[in-house]
Design a protein around this ligand. Sequence first.
Ligand code: ACO
Length: 332
Amino acid sequence: MYAAFRSIGAYVPSKVLTNSDLEAMVDTSDEWITKRTGIKERHIAAENETTSDMGAKAAELAIKRSGIAKHEIDMLICATISPDYFCMPSTATIIATKLGLDKVTAFDISAACTGFIYALSVAKAFIESGMKKNVLVVGAERLSSITDYTDRGTCILFGDGAGAALISATEDKNEAIIDIHTGSDGSFADLLMTPNGGSGSLHDNPEREAAGCFMQMKGNETFKIAVRTLTSDVVEILEQNNIASSDVKHFVPHQANYRIIKAVGDALNLADEQVVLTVEKYGNTSGASIPMAINDIYESGRLQNGELMLLDAFGGGLTWGSALVPFAGKGK
Ligand code: ACO
C-alpha cells in the first residue's frame, strides 16, 4: 500500500496587517521589511477565531475536494505551534469534533515550520503500514497570539492561516508520495523559541515567565543555518531518488523569507516558474505555510494531476524536512 496526496484546502483570515500598519506599531519601514524578507502583508485571525476554527475550515475544503466521505477518515494530525490550548486538549481533537469526525485518532505535532512535513511523514508511515487508510493532515497557526507586537525583529514576519491535505491509501505506485526526509538538532533550540510557560522556564527566570508566551528568534543566525540546511536537504532527497531538479514542477518551500527561498532555488538552478511564492501576501505562517502555498497553486489552476512537488521546510527546534510528492488529486 502507498500513500497518495489526494487533495488540498486552505483558509486565510480576512483581516490584513500591512507593512505600513506595522510602521505605526514599531520602529520599522515598508522598505526594510520588503528588502529583507519579501513580505508586504500578512493575514490576522479575528479576535474570537482560534487555530482549530481555521484548521477546520481548511480541512472541510480538503475533504470536499478529495471525494472521500468523512466516515472514511481514520486519523487527523494537526501541525501547530499555536494550539488552541497549551498542552491539552490537542487542537487536532477539537478540529475533528468541529468536522464531525467520529472517534478518529487525533493528535498534534510540534515541529514549528517543519510541522506539515513531519505530519505528512507520519501519515505516510501509518498508511504504508496498513494501520490507517485516510489521514487528514492539517497545518494551522494563529501566530498572532504568540507574537510580541513590540518586537520588530519578529512581529513583521508572522501571520495566521491554515492549510490541509487528505492523504489516502492507494495501490497505484505512480500516485505514491515518493520520499520524505526529516531531521532535527536541539543544540540550536535557543535560536527560535517561546521560552516561557513550560517546565523548562520554571527555574530559569521568573520575570521572563511573567512576560507571556511569545516567540523569540535570533534571526540572523537562523537565516544562515536555514539556507545551508534547506539546500543540502533538497539536494540529498533529489539525489537519493535519482530525480533532477528540472523534473520538479513545483518547488514549495516554507515561506519564511524571500531571500532564503531565492538562495535555495538558485542553488538548485530552478526557474522562477518552478518556485512557489506566497511570502509576499501571507508572511510566515509556520506549519500552515506549505499547505497554504500548495492551495494557492491549486486554486489558480497551476497544480494538475501527476505533477511533482518538492516540499522543503526549516524551523524552530531546530527541525527540517523535505518531501517529493506527486499531486494525486484532480486539478481545478
Ligand atoms: N525594521 C527595521 N530594522 C530592523 C528590523 C525591522 N523590523 N528588525 C531588525 N532590524 C535591524 C536590526 O536591529 C539590525 O540593526 P543594526 O545593524 O543597527 O544592529 C539590522 O536591522 C539588521 O538586522 P539582522 O537581524 O541582521 O537582519 P537580517 O537581514 O538577518 O533580517 C530576518 C532579519 C528577516 C529576521 C532574517 O534574519 C530572517 O528571515 N531569518 C530567518 C527566519 C527563519 O527562517 N526562521 C525559521 C522559520 S520560523 C519558525 O520556525 C516559527
